[in-house]
Design a protein around this ligand. Sequence first.
Ligand code: PGA
Length: 241
Amino acid sequence: MELLVVKDYEEMSKKAAAIIASQVIIKPNSVLGLATGDTPLGMYKELIKRYKENEVDFSKVKTFNLDEYYGLTKDNIQSYHFYMMNNFFKFINIDSNNVNIPNGTYNDIEENCLNYERKIKESGGIDVQVLGIGVNGHIGFNEPNVNFEAQTHLVNLDEKTIKSNARFFNSIDEVPKQAISMGIKTILQSRKIILLANGEAKAEAIYNTVKGKISPEVPSSILQLHQNVTIILDESAAKLL
Ligand code: PGA
């Protein structure tokens, strides 16, 4: 694991954007694994800026998002489809046919999940996967007591995740209790992984990720076994290291 501790959120975002931009410049048809939440917002802003300055061209890039709430339609403002469109995709020249996000409304969940895995494989696999981390060490929506072997699947969200994500909804009761998420195995198959974390609330999860025992109770701890992981932290998230 490579650890980069930077001053603040802005620097973390710039560093992450630089990694993604250079990946796309070197390989214009890169396959990117993308994340949602508060953490990568600054990275998306920085990538949009670089696109507007003609530094990076997304026209041949393919993307696969980590997860989607189960039960939310694409136009629901809480859905990750909506998030990706409004925080990133509509500002860059990505081809909408190259955008992939798990479908949260499919009835045949198993077929939907298998299809997602198949598409990732057919695209040649993910070159760089961006990850945030939950306060409980989840990556994607792979919650504690995870099955490290799982691929894209339906997950039940952990109490801590529901509480933490309630800030995006009118009330905690509106937070979906399930999601479709890439599995740990899917994530580990990416060639490169960058994990971003900022703020003190993530410090314990980061400590457990980097220094803890590899255990299903801390899903992110499995990243210790991946060959090419860069963790970018602000000083608060790195506080316990
Ligand atoms: P956040 O979520 O970026 O909104 O903190 C990260 C996560 O739960 O994976």
